[in-house]
Design a protein around this ligand. Sequence first.
Ligand SMILES: C[S@@+](CC[C@H](N)C(=O)[O-])C[C@H]1O[C@@H](n2cnc3c(N)ncnc32)[C@H](O)[C@@H]1O
Length: 215
Amino acid sequence: MTTPLVRALSELHATYRGFPVRTRAHVLGRFLTCPFLAVAGELPAGVRVLEIGAGHGIFARLAAAGGARHVIAVEPDLRKSLSSFRHPAISFVAGFDDAVAGRFDVVAMIDVLYKVPLHEWDALFARVAERLVPGGMFLLKEIDPERRVKASWNRAQESVASALNLTLGRSFSYESPTLVRRRLERAGFVGLEARQLGRWYPHAHVLYSARRPAP
Ligand SMILES: C[S@@+](CC[C@H](N)C(=O)[O-])C[C@H]1O[C@@H](n2cnc3c(N)ncnc32)[C@H](O)[C@@H]1O
């Protein structure tokens, strides 16, 4: 499911047109520095998606533009979830991942895991597996801390964001792709892949994809 860059920009422009300048600048900055389109490109057409920690809904909007049937966008920060845009294929829910029941074809988490303390990761992965239909896909976009120069830049940027209280959560948790893969395996996921997506970006983006075993 690939959305061309110009169409994506135009959809985002139309979606956030009425929002405050600060939000629009944030959305544009996120779009330009995070490989949302590459992540959305992994979604098969017509899927039901649960997005955990959806922020202002950029990925949800791009997933809908790309042909997802429905996206439930869960976001605990009320400043974001309560002021979200309206779209027929997207439902925003104010809360954490456990605020939603049911099963989805895809669960996506984009730059959210680092905000969750390390000791909570295994339980979170187990809950994600529970939310997937058999054969369903978990898409996890994080930063690779082993790319040290880019990781330092990320750390500096996040320190500023935390100091300004721009993002909910105080945690700053990263693990190497090897350790993340082990955790995903322990949670019962199969077909694990880790793709480095940071080549043209200032951050060392890595996208993990994994599946709940099919029956
Ligand atoms: C860096 S932002 C990313 C937002 C969005 N995914 C994006 O890519 O633009 C991190 C988001 O995770 C949310 N968050 C923090 N702790 C969380 C948790 N335990 N569960 C779900 N979301 C959380 C924050 O409120 C914030 O919106």
